[in-house]
Design a binder for this molecule. Sequence first.
Ligand SMILES: [Zn+2]
Length: 470
Amino acid sequence: MDKNRKYFSTTPIYYVNDVPHIGHAYPTVAADVITRYFKQKGYDARLLTGTDEHGAKIAEAAKKHGKEPKEYTDEISEEFKKTWRELNIDYIRFIRTTDEDHIKVAQTFLQKLYDKGAIDPKPRLYKGLYCVGHEKFMSPEELVDGICPDHKIKPIEHSEKNYYLKLIDYQDWLKEVILSGELNIKPESKRNEILGKIKQGLEDISISRVSLEWGIPLPFDKTHTSYVWIEALINYYTYGSQNNFWPADLHLVGKDILWFHTVIWPIMLHAIGEELPKQIFAHGFFTINGQKMSKTIGNVISPADLVAKYGVDGTRYVLLAAFPFGDDGDFGWEILDRIYTADLSNGLGNLVSRIYKLFTNHTYDHQIQPAVGENSPWVESYKLLIEDLQFSIALDIIRKEIRDIDVEINKIKPWELQLEDQKFFLQRIIPRILLLAKLLQPFLPETAEKILKQFSGQIKSAPPLFPRLR
Ligand SMILES: [Zn+2]
């Protein structure tokens, strides 16, 4: 793949009963920020996102709503598209695993796995306890009194003949590519966790169902449908292979599905002779005011609620500023309010408005250089942190620069200066603000544009960028 290309993906969302919530928005905004960052750098950077729509859980949810699965998933995928529009997510494609091209690519992929001998040609008898909530077989150790502790349901006893992907054949190879860094798993703690599990030895995995109609038929045996996880992983390749855009540079995934992305997916690709994704990054989970987000508790936060309060850019910012990406953390209205007020209302917004007020005093032809200082060490550190997906730490650097400029303004008191001196002062300070706007553009695309317009004299008056919370 071309050096100037970057291909990023979020996991397709496995939608069941919920409306889009903050848990979906969080990694999607992160993926959008990194994509916009590389676009700004001149790359052809593309973001793939979408919905994962097959499997027993979706079929059941559709039935509960009195709908056919397709009709049901048509509606829910629209909900997600709408939400991403509201959050200004700039994706190249919203892929649905029910899209015709995906079904075709997935079948070709599965056929190749079969032809290469990665799938055992003889179905094996499988007996196990299947949790529909998890869409996977549970080991006895994972259950509490025979009940799935996460979904509070009793797994269903399944006994059927399934096709198996021969993971065992590839375990030495997999260990090797993780150790050598060819397959880059981040954060480090997660890499070690996965490596530890692989060292204990892999088991072959069942990849088909006979009893489930709502899935993609196996091309070599149409009486079986593909296990939802197996075909869903192929979505990244569906877009990439059709657009000469494979391998992916980054799969952004929740830590709960890291196993699928770092063990099963690389083995599938390697087995058919395809390149591996460059990096798999697991983001953490979060709580809402110390509690797990749940409808019963009534603490579910929707992206629309956030946008109503903080605006689009404000929402994008507070989500990523709250705690280090990759860690577990806690969200809550107070935390988000505090970040919004400190960083955006009082921080960037107030700075821009103070300087803009002085700027409008002057009618001279503004000879202001666009953003300066791009090669400063602090800017370099900022960029490295963004490329390493350490968003909140990168934003600390921006906070410090805003504070430094504020300190300078308070010291010089430009409003007390003669107009000519004030002009010199502005010519020095405005480029620094323009640099901030440029650096923050991936987080705050609309705000960055507004700031540029304000200081190029294109507008007569400017409302506050980030109004105070009421
Ligand atoms: Zn479960």
